[in-house]
Design a protein around this ligand. Structure first.
Ligand code: CP
Ligand code: NVA
Length: 311
């Protein structure tokens, strides 16, 4: 298993599948025991530090609740608490935390920060979102798809909107697992070419197909899942007004959903802006699986911590 989880492309196909299987077992156990602690409290005495430079609901609570359910503890440190890179350098934060805790989850502005943490930490580091990737989200997303459709190989996912961190991680993990991905983005907001090249290499190995275009209707045509995310990610708020006209034609609304397969699901990592990237009818309608995705954050993040800690 991996030493750190910084990128959704870090997992081999068999590692990703084993993680999903483990998450599914943890979910079943959690449901059987009525949502309490897991048998044997495998992380008793262990602490996960949560170093977060940006706000979070799902990622933070899923890690904290997950640690509690496994018998351990999550220690949340906001930017106000430690001011990483200001009050103290990133390497020093990593070296200090490694003396006290057994793992670090970090939500950062610059992807380089999570890489520096991993370089200097002697404990596993998990990327809890960076400007480049959101690999924990992608794990929950593929678990949701697997639960809904059974198999992932050959499933068609259309991602419509910003070629951002969420899109990058979906491309990498989806390509690893054999998902066909059609991405439709405004021309100035396409996925990073380096990520795309990596995803294309992974797709060649798994048999997945990747298509990038600027045409949402084409991408969504016949898709089994339609995924979108906010037009302006955390840290880009100053670009909101400039982005709005570029993204307006990329809204997921009933007319766009009607082009997908009749069995298609709607996906979003949340938080969502109803009336912008998605209309209320779609996100609150019968095809939406957004809260299943959110629920699965808990189970995949527990599976990830256990695996990184070799438990
Ligand atoms: N989807 C997601 O990561 O949500 P949070 O930003 O609330 O953690
Ligand atoms: N792309 C979004 C995802 C939030 C979970 C952001 O980075 O803000």
């Amino acid at each position: 298993m991996l030493q750190h989880y910084l990128s959704a492309g870090d997992l081999s196909r068999s590692e990703a599948e084993a993680l999903l299987d483990r998450a599914a077992r943890l979910k079943a156990e959690f449901r059987t025991n009525g949502g309490g602690a897991h048998a044997g409290l495998p992380l008793q005495g262990k602490t996960l530090a949560l170093v977060f430079e940006k706000p979070s609901l799902r990622t933070r609570v899923a890690f904290e609740a997950g640690m509690t359910q496994l018998g351990g503890h999550g220690s949340y440190l906001s930017a106000n608490d430690i001011d990483m890179g200001g009050r103290e350098s990133v390497p020093d934060v990593a070296r200090n935390l490694s003396r006290w805790v057994q793992a670090i989850a970090a939500r950062v502005f610059k992807h380089a920060t999570v890489e520096t943490l991993a370089r200097y930490a002697s404990v596993p580091v998990i990327n809890a979102l960076s400007d480049r990737e959101h690999p924990c989200q992608a794990l929950a997303d593929v678990l949701t798809l697997r639960e809904h459709f059974g198999a992932l190989q050959g499933l068609r996912l259309a991602y419509v909107g910003d070629g951002n961190n969420v899109c990058h991680s979906l491309l990498l993990l989806g390509a690893t697992l054999g998902l066909d991905l059609a991405v439709a983005c405004p021309p100035d907001y396409r996925p990073d070419p380096e990520i795309l090249e990596r995803a294309e290499g992974l797709a060649r190995a798994s048999g997945a197909r990747i298509a990038i275009s600027a045409a949402p209707a084409e991408a969504v045509s016949g898709a089994d899942a339609v995924y979108t995310d906010v037009w302006t990610s955390m840290g880009q708020e100053h670009e909101t007004a400039r982005r709005r006209p570029s993204f307006a034609p990329y809204q997921v609304n009933p007319a766009l959903m009607a082009r997908a397969a009749p069995r298609a699901v709607f996906m979003h990592c949340l938080p969502a802006h109803r009336g912008e990237e998605v209309t209320a009818e779609v996100i609150d309608g019968p095809q939406s699986v957004v809260f299943e995705q959110a629920e699965n954050r808990l189970h995949v993040q527990k599976a990830l911590i256990l695996s990184l800690l070799g438990v």
